[in-house]
Ligand binder design. Structure first.
Ligand code: HEC
Length: 482
């Protein structure tokens, strides 16, 4: 426990990260896809001498600049804020490995944002050729930022044998390229690029839907139809790329998805599968709406329809990112670090020496009370409960809350102290046949720490003074702290 725990009541820190990330993905992927949409549309309009269409593109580039430069940037910083607090140990690992990667990404991002502004402000002020070139500079730098960040995102699921071989030795950075160009790097880059292209189309409907179909029927029909075509590459290639991606995901992670698909008939599907089903259904609905409304009856397509499409796209991106995150559970860096920040390599030491033994978040006077004393003394009892709470915060709160998302009170409602103890034993032993092994990290710590956690959870669920709460253990030997 090198970092304090961020306690977000009801929703939990994971959902804060998820909510900001979903919005950021929607905007940042649009920023990349839109980077291609703008110069390609501009070139087409220039070649065909369509001044009316150029006006539409100019309006779109303004909306685009405001959205990506303002919301994209703010949500990007928001992600750093949320992951730094919610998953500090994981963020620290990523920074130590990829600080250079992020610096490169930041440079591309600077060029990207600058080019977006220059593109908008130079409409009609520079030659057409020059303006198009600025558009392409924008598109190239935006895509390059994905090329870098995609390596860091995929690393978390498939860090690769090269990096795992040196993990924890201090020589991790020597495997920088192995870590970036990891087994899921290329399929994920292809998938994300396709998503960027479709999102460019979906956001462009917002602008296109506002063209007045009564006064400019030809323009609206042309823009709507041309924009619809931006969804075709995904329609054709997304399933293929997704299969390519899954093929490269380690079998044990894919297992969670396959298990869910096999049991869909019985109604028992895993969360990964549920999320994947949402992705498939929303994507299919988007395709149907685009075909029926945008392509077949472009003049009737209004702003409300465009917003509905955008909401569906948001649901699709959020569920896709959620499924991707769940695939990796219980790890934050697969096979290296669990979601609660414990490294796989630390488990034995925590079990031997205690999880809280080296924690800097324990007051010395509290620690002294753990060493034993009169178990009837309220101070000793309070310290015992505080010890259990620290265990909960450090090891469980990354995924659970007390009362809200994956609520402990709800999950443990029907269990008495003995049953809670049994679950904790299963989590602690983490045997291969444990039903929890697939999605929860092993519970680490000394027996008396685990007892304290059990007592704390029992009190949480059944209230203080519950008869089943045993007194704290007498004078349990705790290794000296240092
Ligand atoms: C990596 C995330 C993660 C961590 C860390 C985690 N859990 Fe869980 N836990 C889950 C998930 C996912 C479920 C399934 C939730 C559901 O079915 O709604 C779950 C379910 C549970 C359940 C219900 C099990 C059942 O059979 O009904 C209990 C109890 C539980 N967790 C306790 C804990 C405790 C105690 C800790 C800390 C020592 C912990 N969890 C840490 C992800 C996690």
């Amino acid at each position: 426990m090198n970092y304090p725990v961020w306690d977000v009541p009801i929703v939990g820190s994971a959902w804060v990260i998820g909510a900001i990330a979903s919005f950021h993905v929607l905007v940042s992927h649009f920023a990349i896809g839109g980077g291609f949409y703008l110069p390609i549309a501009e070139r087409k309009a220039l070649r065909e001498g369509r001044a009316d269409w150029l006006e539409v593109i100019k309006g779109h580039s303004r909306f685009f600049m405001v959205l990506t430069a303002a919301f994209g940037t703010v949500t990007g910083v928001g992600i750093w804020f949320a992951i730094g607090l919610g998953s500090s140990e994981g963020t620290s690992t990523l920074i130590h490995n990829f600080v250079f990667g992020w610096a490169i990404e930041y440079c591309f991002f600077l060029v990207e944002v600058t080019a977006a502004m220059v593109y908008y402000y130079t409409w009609g002020r520079v030659s057409d050729r020059m303006h198009l070139a600025i558009g392409w500079i924008y598109a190239g730098s935006a895509w390059m930022s994905l090329v870098v960040i995609n390596g860091i995102l995929t690393f978390m699921l498939t860090p690769g044998a090269g990096w795992l071989g040196v993990a924890g030795t201090g020589a991790e950075a020597s495997q920088f390229w192995h870590a970036i160009i990891n087994p899921t790097y290329f399929p994920s880059l292809a998938l994300r690029t396709l998503i960027c292209v479709s999102l460019a189309g979906i956001w462009a409907f917002i602008t296109a839907s506002r063209i007045d179909g009564a006064s400019q029927p030809q323009l609206k029909t042309d823009v709507m139809r041309w924009t619809s075509k931006w969804l075709i590459p995904s329609f054709v290639l997304l399933p293929l790329c997704f299969a390519w991606y899954l093929y490269n995901v380690p079998a044990e992670n894919r297992g969670l998805l396959e298990l869910g698909i096999k049991t869909i008939g019985q109604g028992v599907f895993t969360q990964v599968t549920r999320a994947a089903v949402v992705t498939v259904m929303t994507s299919a609905t988007i395709c149907v709406i685009v075909y029926l409304l945008a392509w077949r009856t472009p003049l009737g397509f209004n702003f409300g329809h465009a917003c509905a499409l955008l909401l569906l796209a948001m649901a699709a991106t959020a569920s896709t990112e959620y499924a991707r995150e769940m695939l990796r559970k219980p790890y934050v860096v697969n096979q290296h670090m669990y979601s609660n920040g414990t490294r796989k390599s630390q488990v034995d030491a925590f079990n031997r020496e205690g999880y809280l033994t080296r924690s800097v978040w324990v007051r010395p006077e509290e620690r002294a009370l753990w060493q034993g004393g009169d178990s009837a003394d309220p101070k000793v009892q309070a310290a015992h409960m505080a010890r259990g709470e620290l265990m909960f915060r450090g090891q469980c709160m990354a995924c659970h809350t007390v009362d809200g998302y994956r609520s402990m009170r709800t999950l443990l409602q029907t269990r008495d102290r003995l049953a809670i103890g049994n679950i904790l034993t299963m989590l602690h032993e983490n045997k291969d046949d444990s039903p929890y092994k697939k999605f929860m990290p092993p519970l680490t710590g000394l027996p008396e720490e685990i007892t304290a956690l059990g007592d704390y959870l029992n009190q949480l669920v059944h209230g203080a003074g519950s008869k089943e709460t045993p007194p704290p253990p007498q004078a349990a030997p705790v290794p000296p702290s240092k």
